[in-house]
Design a protein around this ligand. Structure first.
Ligand code: UGA
Length: 429
């Protein structure tokens, strides 16, 4: 089936490449000519496992094309995906400028029936809004349907997640469009929920906000565990065996970050406020998340015996492992607070150093983990990259000035470290 993807950001690129891998003919459009030129050469601008291989494979087979020409890409397609960014505006609302522009461009290019699919995370009501814009901007009348089809891809495992979805959500008032969408995804083995557009849009926000709630909940429990002498990892495990709770998203840490959870929680709060509901629970989730970063700084300060003039070796900047993304990264926020409190911080991340360079202008950047901890008073582990778990901690010990480790991800073994002579502090244990 012929698909056109508008916007080759994270979601667009993964969706386009994976649809091509399923055997569909896909044309991805972007107005950034340099980006299109790089993609045509098979160069993927983001760090995402397997993505470059999938892109190259489908470029070679001819199933995946990149272009700047939206008009002909839309004209040649039966399915048109909108995957442009919806950044937060100053009030925390999703900014729909790009979605609106694309809707007008699609309208100008319509030449027959098409299913127009919104995959960007957008406020409830956007499917209808896109429908209205297209109707108003169409030159000649053509039949079309707009469908909400939210994505649930996680950065770092997006290609796997596309092929192994927990569910496929199709929000449409049109039976014809819903049936076409069902045919498009026929190769994927997952429950398919066909619902109305508003519910589909809500499912995306409600899912992300719920997962964020789980993370804040376990971080609050971690704080209590420290007070009462319990170990939050044991508590998570014991809770997770209950199928009603599950093991996922119960890892205590420095708080959630990334381009989705914080933004989507704020957007859902605004949606609630605009509809006359005070979503205090979700407000609390964001408060706990901010406080968690502050708690980590206080923990580091205690471990170091003060921060003024203290040398800190910080391992990890990405908002989680296996990505180079530092958007709303708790690691970056914590390093910033440490710098503000007068610490000298040397940072290292296997993939995210460049992305954090501007925001952390006051920090020193090291080429590897051992260089980051050289002469440090405290080693602070901020992102759970595998390579930090397998460092030679004997070597780390001799490089540091004093043997103190604060592990904000609970990913190191305190027994091993203490045996080597380190003082170890985790989270909630
Ligand atoms: C999230 C959702 O998991 C995806 O389903 C969704 O499609 C995506 O947002 C999106 O809306 O585009 P992502 O932001 O890639 O995916 O990251 P997650 O793996 O969900 O992690 C989010 C944050 O929670 C990270 O900072 C992570 O470190 C933190 N986290 C996660 C914890 O602190 N503890 C946990 O147990 C799990």
């Amino acid at each position: 089936m012929d698909c056109c993807i508008i916007g080759t950001g994270y979601v667009g690129l993964v969706t386009g490449a994976c649809l091509a891998d399923m055997g569909h003919s896909v044309t991805c459009v972007d107005r950034d000519a340099a980006k299109v030129a790089a993609l045509v050469r098979g160069e993927v601008p983001i760090y995402e496992a397997e993505l470059e291989a999938v892109v190259r494979r489908n470029l070679d087979s001819g199933g995946l094309l990149f272009t700047g020409d939206i008009r002909s890409a839309v004209a040649g397609a039966e399915f048109v995906f909108i995957t442009v960014d919806t950044p937060s505006d100053a009030e925390g609302n999703a900014d729909l400028t790009h979605v609106d522009e694309v809707a007008r461009e699609i309208a100008a290019a319509l030449d027959g029936y098409k299913v127009i699919i919104n995959k960007s995370t957008v406020p409830v009501g956007t499917t209808k809004r896109v429908e209205r814009i297209i109707e108003e901007s169409m030159r000649a009348h053509h039949e079309f349907d707009v469908v909400s089809n939210p994505e649930f891809l996680r950065e770092g495992t997006a290609v796997f997640d596309f092929s192994n979805p927990a569910r496929i959500i199709i929000g449409s008032d049109s039976q014809k469009a819903a049936m076409r969408m069902t045919a498009l995804y026929r190769g994927l083995d997952a429950p398919l929920l066909i619902t109305d557009p508003a519910s589909a849009e809500m499912i995306k926000y409600a899912s992300n906000a719920f997962l964020a709630t789980k993370v804040s909940y376990i971080n609050a429990i971690a704080d209590l565990c420290e007070a009462v002498g319990a170990d939050v990892r044991e508590v998570s495990l014991g809770m997770g065996y209950d199928d009603r709770i599950g093991f996922e998203f119960l890892k205590a840490g420095p708080g959630f970050g990334g381009s989705c959870f914080p933004k989507d929680c704020r957007a859902l709060l605004n949606i609630a406020r605009e509809n006359g509901y005070d979503f205090n629970l979700l407000q609390g989730v964001l408060v706990v998340n901010r406080e968690q970063q502050e708690r980590m700084v206080a923990k580091i300060e205690r471990a170091a015996g003060g921060l003024q003039g203290t040398r800190i070796g910080a391992l990890g900047l990405a908002f989680k492992a296996n990505t180079d993304d530092v958007r709303e990264s708790p690691a970056v926020a914590i390093v910033k607070m440490l710098l503000e409190k007068g610490a000298a911080v040397t940072v290292y991340d296997p993939e995210a150093n460049d992305n954090a360079a501007e925001e952390l202008a006051g920090a020193e950047f090291a080429p590897d983990a051992y260089a980051a901890v050289k002469d440090a008073d405290v080693l602070v582990l901020l992102t759970e990259w595998d390579e930090f778990k397998w460092l030679d901690y004997g070597r780390v010990l001799s490089a540091m000035k004093s043997p103190v480790v604060v592990d904000t991800r609970n990913c190191l073994d305190p027994v091993v470290l203490r045996k080597l002579g380190f003082t170890y502090e985790g989270v909630g244990r």
